[in-house]
Design a protein around this ligand. Structure first.
Ligand SMILES: [Zn+2]
Length: 372
């Protein structure tokens, strides 16, 4: 294991933050795994999973069982961790610019094309290595005028050439679920089984380029661009794993999650070992367009009528928003049939705020699919 320190540029005078990455094993035939936690800095279950995962990786490295380089960044967002306001952590949005820390990653397609000019041939694995090399160069050329841009460039630089990228998040109150590219589902399904995901939400483009898509979408863009000329494989399985709710920080959960990740890596041949018996897929994957996000039509007190994990039918009332001054009760019904998998934690809402999510199989939304 070795440790790398990546100082962020653009910090205010007299201050300095850094990303710390831990590297296990050696890159073997180009194989690399990247795991980061708490890009939304106040989403902490992943930080504890990374802590447990590091112990596993250290032991596996000593035993000579790692077949890839594993890079772990347990604290992906020191900027957000530093944003404590009146005892509350603001880890989702950058206070300097208002940006969501997991949106607006650079889309590298246009940057990479000129670098690949005349490079690709007829062998898909060789092409994948050429694309990875071009991605590293494209990320190197990105500007880093602000501390936030420097953070994005650093994280993308660590992840862009990995074959597996796992971005560990959590929701407010939630079941285990994941987001990934539609084309990646065959590769992601074993991960969903290992983790016990109760919703697997698929999109080719969810909007505003979150971290996982910045790593993976380029591959299906290049595959389409060069189709019929040069084969380009989908060589990056990037997944946003939502490790339940923000208060689900415990050793039993994190220990089991880290063990499940190791199980997945063994199944994928990234760690030497006997694969465990395949676990059941708890729920089928659904399109992200099929997830109904219920919004508050007015400000008021939020009362949920249904619990996480309940299957909801179209038209069923899931929550109420109550105005105790006028006595008005807004009854909020689901537009889809599916599993209620996430709810907002706060029980007071402003008008327009998203409150809960139901994973349905039939599209009910279009346009930008990820919530702010
Ligand atoms: Zn998040």
């Amino acid at each position: 294991m070795h440790t790398q320190h990546h100082p962020l540029r653009g910090a205010p005078l007299g201050t300095q933050r850094e990303i710390v990455s831990f590297h296990y094993g050696r890159r073997n035939g180009g194989r690399k795994v990247y795991v980061q936690a708490s890009l939304h800095a106040d989403e902490l279950p992943g930080m504890l999973v990374a802590h447990h995962l590091r112990e596993h990786l250290l032991a596996l490295e000593s035993a000579g069982r790692l077949r890839a380089e594993f890079v772990v960044v347990p604290v992906a967002n020191p900027i957000g961790l530093g944003q404590t306001i009146l005892r509350k952590q603001e880890g989702r949005f950058d206070l300097a610019a208002g940006d969501n820390f997991n949106r607006h990653y650079p889309a590298l397609f246009d940057n990479v094309l000129p670098l690949l000019e005349g490079q690709l041939g007829s062998d898909a694995p060789t092409n994948a290595q050429l694309v990875r090399s071009a991605l590293r160069e494209a990320v190197n050329q990105l500007p880093e005028d602000t501390e936030l841009m420097s953070l994005r460039k650093t994280l993308l630089g660590l992840a862009c050439d990995a074959e597996v990228v796992l971005d560990l998040h959590c929701d407010c109150e939630s079941l285990m679920h994941l987001y990934t590219g539609t084309a990646l589902w065959p590769q992601a399904e074993p991960l969903a089984r290992c983790m016990g995901a109760q919703a697997s939400l698929l999109a080719s483009e969810s909007g505003d380029n979150p971290f996982d898509e910045a790593c993976s979408r380029i591959w299906w863009q290049l595959e389409a661009h060069y189709r019929g000329q040069h084969p380009v494989p989908l060589a990056c399985l990037a997944v946003t794993l939502e490790l339940r709710g923000e208060r689900d920080v415990s050793h039993p959960l994190a220990g089991a999650d880290a063990q499940a990740l190791i199980e997945f890596f063994v199944q994928r041949g990234l760690i030497e070992g006997e694969p465990a018996a395949q676990r059941a897929l708890l729920e089928p994957a659904t399109p992200l367009t099929g997830t109904d996000v219920i919004h508050a039509p007015a400000s008021g007190l939020v009362v949920y009528l249904r619990e996480l994990g309940e299957h909801i039918q179209t038209g069923e009332v899931v929550a109420e928003v109550i105005d105790p001054l006028s006595g008005a009760v807004h009854r909020l019904a689901s537009r889809t049939s599916g599993l209620l998998f996430a709810r907002e934690t706060q029980r007071f809402t402003t008008s327009g705020r998203s409150l809960c999510k139901i994973a349905g199989a039939v599209p009910v939304r279009q346009g930008k699919l990820s919530s702010e």
